[in-house]
Design a binder for this molecule. Structure first.
Ligand SMILES: C[S@@+](CC[C@H](N)C(=O)[O-])C[C@H]1O[C@@H](n2cnc3c(N)ncnc32)[C@H](O)[C@@H]1O
Length: 416
């Protein structure tokens, strides 16, 4: 027996599509926008193109998925836009548009379609989804809220000469471990939750992640793999910042604590092509994946992976570094710092990732969950030792979950 299916439109769907469109047109109200299709073949061709190439600089690439009932009738559609920074999408378009014929509402079809769309966003590493709808469209608002939408704000806009009030929702997806057969076992959907508690406005984060230069080639592949597999790598806004920083500084000897699958090591090696990169990782599964990535992509043989705990490895290092990146267990940054400073040249820079603990560092310790207090104390010791230290320049930068940047100004540093 034929089952209901969700898929993109094809040339053979003309009759079902036209009936669906006629139903929407009949029901046309301010809540439902319908652009009438008359040339179906051209519409199918354009839909296919739009999936990968936007027809205007200001348009996002987009894919529309249709819900076909078992009897072949078309009940609903959902359009997923992949680039929120295009045109006015951040202001009033949002990621998703959906349409459903009235007779099919309240049967769970829209929820099925939305969950299908969310799975497509997860696959692309997009976890923060913006959806807007007319304030008075009760069905859409109920559907969005049922699917995890959190109301952000209501704004007044004018569209096609009509004054509308738009409800803006955000849905924050967690990468669902059950959606895909996971290659990586060390991390799950709840790993790295601070990355989903951004410390600056959500729209700004989305803007920085989507508007700035995207990675292609092997770096793009490794970044996408990490997102799909929940491996906590530096977020895209930090990626772009690192490219800028390292391309400008051109350090010669880089040290990294916390390799994971080797993404940031490869990025740094790519940005400073004359540099050596020594990177330390204690998790054997991560080290294995990093090794594979280095074999495949470290074409200039810049990277040396040391498998082990930084606590043991750092004290054994004899090389002098001019750039260090700490991206490991947060409570241990203050423990590793003296060792790293010992091996850092005067004028050298240390970047420390994830220092805001999702904003918890600003709170009183009594308000911090007991199992998070070790990290909280470690980070505060780090701030106390560095921010006002006369032997160092130090600055906090609100990228990702916050980075602390330190420059060593003199040979001997008293960390107090
Ligand atoms: C956030 S991930 C690193 C991501 C990587 N820097 C990137 O952006 O591509 C942190 C990694 O640090 C490793 N790690 C944590 N504590 C460590 C330690 N004491 N010694 C070595 N590695 C450690 C973890 O196993 C994990 O793979």
């Amino acid at each position: 027996m034929k089952m209901a299916e969700i898929r993109t439109i094809q040339e053979t769907d003309e009759a079902a599509f036209m009936r669906f469109q006629a139903a929407l047109l009949r029901e046309k109200s301010p809540d439902v926008k319908v652009q009438e299709v008359t040339d179906f073949a051209a519409f199918v061709a354009e839909s296919k193109t739009q999936e990968t190439v936007a027809t205007h600089l200001d348009y996002s690439t987009a894919t529309t998925y249709y819900y076909f009932l078992a009897n072949g009738e078309l009940a609903a559609s959902i359009t997923c836009r992949w680039e929120l920074d295009k045109g006015t999408l951040l202001k009033h378009g949002g990621h998703i548009d959906f349409e459903i014929a009235k007779s099919y509402q309240n049967k769970g079809i829209m929820t099925e379609l939305i969950q299908f769309a969310f799975a497509q966003y997860r696959k692309r590493g997009i976890f923060d989804i913006m959806i807007t709808t007319n304030e008075i469209d009760a069905f859409s608002r109920r559907t969005i809220e049922k699917n995890g939408g959190e109301l952000d704000k209501i704004t007044a806009i004018t569209e096609d000469g009509q004054n509308l009030r738009l409800a803006h929702y955000w849905v924050h997806l967690t990468p669902d471990a059950e959606l895909d057969e996971k290659v990586v076992k060390s991390y799950n959907a709840h790993s790295n939750h601070n990355m989903r508690r951004p410390v600056v406005k959500q729209e700004i984060v989305a803007f920085m992640r989507n508007k700035q230069h995207q990675l292609d080639g092997f770096l793009g592949e490794v970044e996408a793999f990490a997102h799909v597999e929940n491996v906590p790598i530096i977020p895209h806004e930090t990626v772009v910042y690192f490219q800028f920083l390292l391309q400008s500084l051109q350090p010669k000897h880089i040290l990294e604590v916390g390799t994971a699958i080797g993404f940031s090591a490869l990025l740094m090696a790519d940005s400073a092509q004359d540099a050596s990169v020594t990177t330390i990782e204690r998790n054997p599964e991560m080290a294995e994946l990093a090794r594979e990535n280095f074999t495949r992509y470290d074409s200039r043989k810049q990277i040396t992976l040391i498998e082990g705990d930084a606590i043991d490895v750092l004290s054994e290092l004899t090389e002098t570094f001019d750039f260090a990146f700490m991206d490991s267990a947060k409570s241990k940054y203050i423990v590793f710092l003296p060792e790293i400073l010992k091996n850092l040249a005067v004028g050298g820079i240390i970047v420390i990732d994830d220092v805001f603990q999702g904003g918890d560092v600003t709170k009183d310790i009594a308000d911090i969950k007991r199992n998070q207090r070790g990290i909280y104390r470690g980070l505060h010791k780090l701030f106390d030792a560095t921010l006002d230290n006369p032997g160092l320049n130090a600055t906090l930068v609100p990228l990702g979950d916050g980075i602390l940047m330190i420059r060593k100004l003199q040979e001997t540093i008293d960390l107090g």
